[in-house]
Structure formats: C-alpha cells, structure tokens
Design a protein around this ligand. Structure first.
Ligand SMILES: [Zn+2]
Length: 263
C-alpha cells in the first residue's frame, strides 16, 4: 500500500505533466460527469492536492475533481492523443496540448464545487496531511494532546487517517523507533519533551522519505537520506542500541521495533 510520500510523489508527476496549461480535452467515464467535461476545456489545473489516499485536482474555474484510488485505482501520464496499452478501465482523461493524465480503475470519483468539497464525507473525516508543508509541529502537538487523541495507543493512532493523513505502516514503525517509544503508549503518558519530539518526528520522517527515498545518487543530497531502521529488519541489530529488532502484529499490520531502546 502506498503511503503519503509515495502518493505525494505520484501527484508531483501528474502536476509536472499538465499543471498550468490549458486543457484541450476532458473525458469522464461516469455518465453523471460526462456532460460536464466540455466545460473544463480551456481551464487549467492549478494544483493537485493530496489528502491521505484522496487526490484533489483543482481547476482554474473553481471546480475540483475528487478521486480516491482505494486498492485498484492508478494514475498515468501519456502523450497527448496517446492511448496506452492496458487492460485497465479508463475513468478519467485530462489532456493539454502535449500531455495527458489518465485515471484507471478507480470508481470513487466526483466533480465538486467549493461548497461540495467542504462537505465531502471522506474529507471531513480525514485529518491534516503530513505532506502538507503548511502543517506545523505545533499543530500536530495540539492534535496529539487533544481530548480525542491523547489516550489512543500509538500503534492504532498512527494508522488512523482521522488523526493525520498520509501515515501508513512503514512510517508508523519508523517514527516510533526514531522517538524511542513503545507502541502501547499514548500521548497523555509522555513528558512534554517527548511530545515535542514525537510532534516533530510525525512530520520530519514522512517529509524526509518524500524528499529522499529512492534517490539513487546519494552524493547529490546533503544531509540525511531516509532509510528503514526497523521496518522489514526483524532479527537484525538496532543501530542505536545493538538490540535485536523484533516483529509482531499490531492493529492488524506487521509491526517492527527494538525492545532495547523503545520504551
Ligand atoms: Zn535499539
């Protein structure tokens, strides 16, 4: 399952292909949207926002395409006019003079006015996205210490998109290792110093992963590169304390941690 950094990078790829250029063609498979496609021609895609696994494609005319990929949906970039060879079912095609973006297989798609966007049930449910660079550690701290979340165990809380969107399983285990925290704790049990560290790390690890994961030429980057410290490392030695990394299942997902230094 892709997590926030991978979803944001996919959105970056779509933006790089068509952002700011007038649309020459728009097409939707859903009958309810077909008649509205022509109205988008001539408009520009201003930006593509991510909210967890939802993508919000904002058009210059004020409408937003909401799409949620669930398990099967996938976006592709193609040349203008190109029909990629695939067995997938095309749902959306948005084209400019030179490039097109295509959404396959997803079925959770809607074209929304700003008022409808503000009332969308998924978006009302989901928390702020860790890859939204406007989100600060202070805001995360306030959320962590709120009555709603302060007594929730980290093992479940860090997978709950209502708390923060964009976190997933590898980020959950890496964030807790980085903070030296055991998964059964909650924010109410931490010192102020620990809460500060966790608030900072809840943003820093996803953003480091977004900026550097998969980067081949390490010399081009100054500073830290993202690498897994415990994820998929059961049986290996912890680089911080030398303890043996263990694996279990928490909140129905594989969980990795170092019993030596996560308390
Ligand atoms: Zn350790």
């Amino acid at each position: 399952m892709p997590e926030g950094p991978e979803i944001r990078r996919a959105a970056d790829t779509l933006e790089a292909a068509i952002q700011g250029k007038p649309l020459t063609y728009a097409w939707f498979a859903l009958p309810a949207l077909q008649t509205r496609a022509a109205g988008l021609v001539g408009q520009r895609i201003e930006r593509i926002e991510t909210r967890g696994k939802a993508l919000l494609t904002h058009f210059s005319g004020g409408l937003t395409l909401y799409s949620h990929n669930q398990l099967y949906g996938v976006w592709r970039v193609a040349a203008a006019g190109e029909i990629p060879q695939t067995n997938r079912v095309l749902r959306v095609r948005l084209e400019t003079a030179d490039r097109a973006i295509l959404l396959y297989s997803a079925s959770d798609i809607a074209l929304l006015t700003p008022e409808q966007l503000a009332q969308h049930p998924f978006l009302l449910r989901v928390g702020p996205d860790v890859l939204d660079m406007a989100l600060t550690a202070e805001q995360v701290k306030a959320r962590l210490l709120s009555a709603r979340f302060r007594r929730r165990q980290f093992s479940g809380l860090l997978l709950d998109q209502a708390f923060l969107a964009g976190l997933g399983n590898y980020l959950r285990v890496e964030i807790l290792w980085e903070c030296g925290l055991a998964p059964q704790h909650n924010a109410a049990q931490l010192t102020d110093e620990q809460v500060d560290l966790l608030s900072h790390t809840l943003l820093a690890i996803p953003r480091l992963s977004y900026h550097t994961r998969g980067v081949v030429d390490e010399n081009r980057h100054h500073g830290a590169l993202f690498s897994f410290k415990v994820f998929h490392r059961a049986g290996e030695l912890c680089e911080r304390c030398g303890g043996v990394i263990e694996k279990t299942t928490l909140s129905s997902r594989p969980f990795y941690w170092c019993p030596g230094c996560q308390r």
